[in-house]
Design a protein around this ligand. Structure first.
Ligand SMILES: C[S@@+](CC[C@H](N)C(=O)[O-])C[C@H]1O[C@@H](n2cnc3c(N)ncnc32)[C@H](O)[C@@H]1O
Length: 273
């Protein structure tokens, strides 16, 4: 890349108010993501994906697009990203410090009212999608052909999305108010394999029961967009109920995770049509 072009790209990357993914754009430019590059590489490997050459891959809730760009780099012939929630949020207006955010949450808890969902705040701009800027910059810098679907996956026309060989549903399930309905929609767009990565819980002694824990406010990570987390059996039975033929878990909770009073961990499940 020419020196001037590299400087301009660096400036554009720095102008993005918030990057979730660290993406290597070449020439020493890596986006300053909340998730470091090494963590993302480990997360990608932990999905246990088949050889992607010749496959189509849809990344639902793809945000800045790391997993989609990586699938493309690994040979997928067609890759798409669906996103909406975070693409609709204007983080440049979101200037509160961590202390201010904690105080805001405390106030709401003391008043007995949960903090409002993003849709009800001044940060919500689904008409202009300011949160998609990072994805757009990365796609252009990588000369990528990843397609974007800027729609709410829960109420979009699934015919327009079509079916994809491999579907990634990573870090999205616990944001759903209707997780079974969401998995039914994931099954509808999956031709062969869906990989679901999610916050999950353990109810010690009840591992054989299909259970889900509900988070009515912001109990899970202080995030009011988190609603439900299944135990492993709960995730498997929801996936089969949603229309997948078989489900395989790729990750167990660690000994340390099991020591929490309410044990929770990140589960990865491969669901086959
Ligand atoms: C925790 S982030 C996970 C991002 C990425 N998949 C990863 O694992 O690093 C959840 C993503 O799901 C997206 N999302 C949540 N609800 C959605 C919906 N109904 N339709 C489309 N995207 C949604 C959010 O905008 C956000 O980008």
């Amino acid at each position: 890349m020419l020196e001037g072009a590299r400087d301009r790209l660096q400036e554009r990357v720095e102008a993005v108010p918030y990057w979730f993914h660290s993406i290597d754009l070449g020439d020493g430019i890596v986006t300053p993501g909340h998730k470091p590059a090494a963590v993302l590489a480990q997360e990608f490997d932990a999905l246990g994906l088949p050889d992607l050459h010749g496959k189509s891959v849809l990344d639902i809730g793809g945000w800045d697009g790391y997993f989609a760009f990586e699938a493309e780099r690994r040979g997928a012939v067609r890759v798409g990203v669906v996103d909406h929630l975070m693409w609709s949020v204007d983080r440049s207006l979101w200037t509160a410090s961590e202390e201010e955010k904690d105080a805001y949450r405390r106030e709401h808890h003391e008043a007995g009212t949960p903090p409002p969902q993003h849709e009800l705040t001044e940060f919500w701009h689904p008409d202009t999608m300011p949160g998609k800027l990072g994805f757009d910059i990365a796609r252009a810098a990588l000369s990528s052909g990843v397609e974007d679907f800027a729609v709410d996956f829960m109420d979009c026309d699934l015919e327009a999305i079509g079916q994809w060989d491999v579907v990634l549903y990573l870090g999205v399930l616990y944001h759903m108010t209707d997780p079974l309905g969401a998995l039914r929609r994931v099954a509808a767009v999956t031709r062969e394999l869906a990989v679901v990565e999610t916050e999950a819980v353990v109810f010690p002694g009840l591992e054989h029961e299909p259970l889900w824990r509900f988070f009515p406010e912001d109990e899970l990570s202080g995030d009011i967009t988190n609603w439900w987390a299944p135990n492993r059996r709960g995730l498997h039975s929801a996936l089969t109920t949603a229309g997948f033929r078989s489900v395989r878990s790729l990750k167990d909770p660690t000994g340390e995770e099991l020591e929490h009073a309410l044990p929770h961990f990140r589960a990865v499940a491969q669901a086959t049509k």
